[in-house]
Design a protein around this ligand. Structure first.
Ligand SMILES: Cc1cc2nc3c(=O)[nH]c(=O)nc-3n(C[C@H](O)[C@H](O)[C@H](O)COP(=O)(O)OP(=O)(O)OC[C@H]3O[C@@H](n4cnc5c(N)ncnc54)[C@H](O)[C@@H]3O)c2cc1C
Length: 422
């Protein structure tokens, strides 16, 4: 090491930056594999705030049953029509998932990572207070902030935004339950949003008005107004939402879905949302992260002790095999197609998508490293599209990534009129 300051934390084999699902899942696998792991975060055991959901068939088989809080068998999506998707959608217990992944064999270091300093055998993570944490391999699992691997990407980015209330399910039957409900009974014009109405443990229901992706993200205030209007239209007692609001049972979601793919450098490897393993067209990353963590850990363990650069390179290959990179690229194209659709076209698109055979739907939503299956799903969308949608797919499926127009421009009809402009 080129750093011999007394405020150096003991070197570790692997330093993991972050304390979300990505950090804890890979740190646990590494520690159980017998290496010394230091996990660095401002508050390593702070309770996770998000309500996490995933398709049951995407989750690792060894996830304890009690981490799965509720299952929606044969989940329903509503676009123009009602579709039974033939898959089980699972809401996880965030507390139990966090408890399951938090492994006492992992050494925790309270601190905020600011950068790295490279030495001959180790790279040190430099903390905000000046301390350093040296490791042979450094994993950046700091989420969208990507503190060691590029930082936040400049605006405007495409973002998923949502506003949700956790209500008493027994008082909210009128709200319905659907994984995705695109009906516009909120009465607002503009970029379409859907209701994500999913059961949580303890008899609660999460009612979340969601903008799947928009560049820039649809404001939370608009989502909140739509949720309240939608629930009023369905006859839900206003007190149900007011009680949730008053109790602070609120979930605000805002995260970027088009962060450029980052593979890191030398001994530093990004993982989880930092990589980004976020599915660009759906915003999901949790299940992919949990499934990839053991493979990534094995790749690192196979090279330690030894040169951390080899271990980091092996980790990169484990996270991003060629097919996974290609799939990510295809989904980025899918995102640009979505962002450039006129508002009413978004719902038609999902009507078409949910009419596809389940294998194609599953491939596009969930197959992270089967490029052939994802291409077949995209070809099936093209095959089922009418003339205008085919032209749209051809036009926007091939633009340089990130070049889709801002939503207002995208919603201009050919004559120049704004269609459903807010
Ligand atoms: C409200 C919400 C709901 C979501 N719901 C779902 C869902 O249902 N299903 C799904 O698949 N995905 C969902 N996502 C998307 C994604 O899966 C989550 O964002 C997930 O938490 C990403 O995990 P992560 O561990 O990669 O990053 P994060 O969970 O963002 O964790 C990042 C960690 O890094 C730490 N950190 C940040 N900066 C520093 C620093 N400088 N030094 C040290 N530590 C630092 C943070 O404190 C945090 O612990 C949701 C996202 C949000 C915001």
């Amino acid at each position: 090491m080129d750093d011999d300051r007394c405020d150096r934390v003991d070197p570790a084999d692997v330093v993991v930056v972050g304390a979300g699902p990505a950090a804890w899942s890979v740190a646990g696998h590494l520690a159980r594999g017998g290496v010394d792991v230091a996990l660095v975060a401002p508050d390593p055991t702070r309770p996770w705030p998000a309500s996490y959901g995933a398709w049951a068939d995407e989750l690792p088989a060894d996830l304890p049953a009690d981490v799965r809080a509720t299952d929606m068998a044969d989940a329903v999506a509503i676009a123009r029509a009602r579709h039974h998707l033939g898959r089980t959608y699972t809401m996880l217990s965030t507390d139990r998932l966090q408890a399951h992944l938090t492994d006492p064999a992992v050494r925790t270091v309270v601190g905020t990572a600011r950068g790295t300093r490279r030495g001959p055998t180790h790279t040190a993570v430099v903390l905000g207070d000046g301390r350093t944490v040296p490791g042979r391999v450094i994993i950046d699992a700091s989420g969208a902030g990507r503190v060691l691997t590029g930082g936040r990407t400049p605006a405007p980015r495409a973002a998923q935004t949502a506003y949700g209330l956790l209500v008493d399910g027994a008082r909210a039957a009128e709200a319905g339950q659907a994984f995705m409900d695109w009906r516009d009974d909120h009465g607002h014009m503009g970029w379409p949003t859907f209701l994500y109405a999913v059961p949580l443990d303890g008899g609660r229901l999460l009612l979340e008005e969601t903008s799947l992706a928009r560049r820039p993200g649809l404001p939370i205030a608009e989502l909140r107004a739509r949720l309240h209007a939608r629930m009023a239209a369905r006859g839900l007692d206003r007190a149900v939402l007011a009680d949730a609001d008053a109790a602070g049972a609120v979930e605000r979601v805002a995260f970027v879905v088009d962060t450029p793919l980052t593979r890191g450098r030398a001994r530093v490897v990004p993982f989880g949302a930092a990589a980004p393993m976020i599915h660009p067209a759906t915003g999901y990353s949790l299940a992919a992260t949990l499934r990839t963590a053991p493979t990534m850990a094995e790749a690192i363990l196979a090279h330690l002790p030894g040169d951390g650069r080899d271990a980091a390179a092996a980790a990169r290959r484990a996270i991003w095999p060629t097919d996974a990179r290609l799939v990510h690229h295809l989904r980025r194209r899918g995102l640009e197609v979505l962002l450039a659709l006129p508002p009413e076209g978004v719902i038609d698109f999902f009507e078409l998508f949910f009419d596809l055979p389940p294998a194609h739907q599953r491939a596009y939503l969930s197959e992270r490293d089967d490029a052939r299956a994802v291409m077949a799903a995209m070809a099936a969308v093209f095959g089922a599209a009418d003339g205008p949608l085919k032209r749209h797919l051809l036009r926007w499926g091939g633009v340089p990534i990130g070049d889709a127009p801002a939503p207002d421009a995208a919603s201009r009809a050919p004559g120049g009129t704004i269609v459903g402009h807010e």
